[in-house]
Write a protein that binds this ligand. Structure first.
Ligand code: SF4
Length: 429
């Protein structure tokens, strides 16, 4: 972006009007944060719109906030801070809209055990976040003998009554997005990418079996239109059948309506000292080193604590056996990243039951960030004044030192250190 005041690339080291032209490091940082948050909101609003839901306030905010990032519109740091928190508020509203759109179309998710094995026969693997794509695919493949497997953020689909009723929704395959190249190559069926995070296949691997739809696109992969899955189905039938491969069962489907069904029991167990603390370990996964922190953290959580999880970071530990506390599972998969809305509803309901604030609950959020939706969710949590969140594995590069210091001071935002040190600090409180 070119700045017409200092006649340099905005935010570049040559920018001579630091603090005046509005493109000093901190304004730039807040505008970048806002833009990433808006991208996150756009993703959720897009999914909701596909299901027929939209909200005038969300649309109006997108326009206002984007306008605010235009050259030389506002140089006011506080205004930018306010707007960034407003972005969190609007994202919360958008996640709520998407939750309602999902549940009114597919029903309230229920806890469900999902196979991770593959059955012999033709198969299609569907990745991304778009449940409507999955629903249409299930309808069009019914009775064809093709099994449908979910990948990564599609796992929570198994909990929705209108999706799980399809017998050929056979199971979940693979882990988080960064394993795609290896795992998609090993999956011998056809593959459908509905949203991010899709990777470009390495040469001579699965490109001829990869299909995209809607917002996605991969050069030379077949792009499907209007949810007509015929070419994908034909491809799946033409490929050699999948082998029978063993796997274990994993749980998903703990929507807030399901967790709140256990509320009285959870409250009793907390009061009796049998549940000491709740951890929300969630967020996006990534390929850079340091993310094994989250697995080690989950493994180190004491046996009298419960872990809530969401988004694709959970694939690092969701196949481990965490057991239960008198019937309450110790690992509760709330769902996709947008189901952060559900986790927030659970926290608010527990705060209501204990007559305290969310910050006074024995609850700590340990988040991994990677892409734009994670930024929008973090902003929603800050808008709700949730304090003491741990984020990692590194501070977001677009957050300047000063902005991070403000967040640390105002929201006690913390960077992760080691699982042992952080757990000690949290549980000693
Ligand atoms: S949770 Fe984040 S990183 Fe993971 S698939 Fe979804 S958008 Fe991508």
């Amino acid at each position: 972006m070119f700045c017409y005041q200092c006649e340099q690339t905005a935010g570049s080291t040559g920018c001579t009007k630091l603090g005046v032209c509005g493109k000093n490091e901190d304004i730039q940082s807040l505008q970048d944060t806002l833009l990433y948050g808006l991208k996150g909101i756009a993703a959720y609003a897009y999914h909701a719109r596909q299901l027929g839901a939209r909200d005038e306030q969300v649309d109006a905010f997108m326009h206002e906030a984007l306008f605010k990032t235009i050259t030389n519109v506002s140089f006011d740091l506080n205004q930018h801070l306010e707007l960034v928190l407003k972005c969190g508020e609007i994202n919360l509203k958008t996640m709520e809209m998407l939750d309602k759109a999902h549940t009114s179309r597919f029903g309230n998710p229920v806890p469900t055990q999902v196979e991770t094995k593959t059955a012999s026969g033709p198969g299609i693997l569907i990745t991304g976040h778009d449940l409507l794509d999955l629903y249409e695919l299930l309808k069009q493949t019914e009775g064809t003998g093709i099994n449908i497997y979910t990948h990564s953020e599609m796992l929570p689909a198994h909990g929705y009554p209108e999706l799980k009723k399809f017998k050929h929704l056979a199971g979940n395959y693979g882990g988080a997005w960064q394993e795609q190249k290896k795992e998609f190559n090993a999956f011998s069926g056809a593959i459908l990418a509905t949203t991010n995070c899709v990777l470009i296949p390495p040469e001579n691997t699965y490109l001829d079996r990869l299909f995209t739809i809607g917002i996605t696109g991969v050069p030379q992969a077949t792009h499907l239109k209007e949810r007509n899955f015929k070419p994908l189905i034909e491809k799946a039938k033409s490929l050699p059948p999948l082998p029978e491969n063993p796997g274990k069962k994993i749980w998903t489907g703990f929507h807030h309506t399901a967790i709140l069904g256990l509320k009285d029991k959870i409250v009793k167990l907390v009061k009796e000292g049998k549940i000491k603390h709740f951890f929300l370990i969630g967020g996006c996964d990534g390929s850079k080193p340091g993310r094994n922190y989250y697995t080690e953290f989950a493994e180190s959580v004491p046996k009298d604590c419960v872990i809530l999880t969401l988004a694709c970071g959970k694939y690092r530990f969701n196949k481990l056996d965490f057991g239960d506390i008198e019937g309450v599972p110790r690992l509760i998969d709330v769902g996709q990243c947008n189901n952060a809305y559900s986790a927030i509803q659970v926290a608010l309901a527990l705060a209501g039951a204990f007559n305290c604030t969310v910050n006074q609950l024995p609850l700590t959020l340990v988040l991994s960030w990677f892409e734009q939706k994670a930024v929008a969710i973090l902003l929603s949590l800050l808008y709700l004044n949730v304090k003491g969140i741990y984020i990692g594995p590194t501070p977001p590069a677009f957050i300047s030192k000063n902005v991070f210091a403000v967040l640390q001071e105002k929201f006690e935002l913390k960077l992760i250190s080691t699982p042992e040190e952080d757990l000690n600090r949290i549980l000693k409180k």
